[in-house]
Design a protein around this ligand. Sequence first.
Ligand SMILES: [Zn+2]
Length: 251
Amino acid sequence: MVRLVGTLAAILLALACSSVTEPSAMGQQPTVPGRSAARVLMLTTTAGFRHDSIPTARQVIASLAGAGAFSVTATEDLSAVNADTLRNYDVVMFALTSGELPFSPAQKAALVDFVSGGHGFIGVHSATDTLYEWADYGRLVGAYFKEHPWTQQGTVVVENSSHPASGGVADRLSITEEFYTFQENPRSRVDVLLHLDPTSVGTAGDYPLAWAHSFGAGRAYYNALGHFPETWRDARFQRMLAGAIAWTSGK
Ligand SMILES: [Zn+2]
């Protein structure tokens, strides 16, 4: 019996040692041994306005990935969006993208098939200022940017604290941001998670700022915050994005 326990201990030790994962040549973070971590493809390509917060956004997502719940490959190479490459991912994130990114029809079909086939999409901030001429993308991200009337401190209200992408933060968040409005209010088509308290910027009306919805068999999430590097460094924003990765990936 003693010998058996000793053998078992040796096997377990060997398994533990062999499951330590090295970062791959693709620049991915190591994953938690024995757990299926979400694999995120993060795109920060711009064909229009380019945010100064892009380097911070990439650093922060890589840092969050270091905690082990997901791995990330960040790129500006649009050719990464194709049916073959997407087989290696659970979630595609458009972070601070802008303009009419020159995807081919095959690439567009690959992204739509990827999400509608049961995977995840995340858009952040100017992801809604992207690909206005591609209607399927508009349905995927949920709305298109209209204007940003308020760049100032404002109050963000959490509408749905039971959702993984908005739970665990305060019910109301005071934050300095460039607050977006959209060409159409997406409320009837999505589950709104955050909205701007209009009185905090001296106005009235309904201004959703983050939402989640299903897209075929897949899941899509959008968060309008992220203009400033400080927003990406904000633990509350990071918690939302980590929750969004978990929710959209189904992991
Ligand atoms: Zn902005």
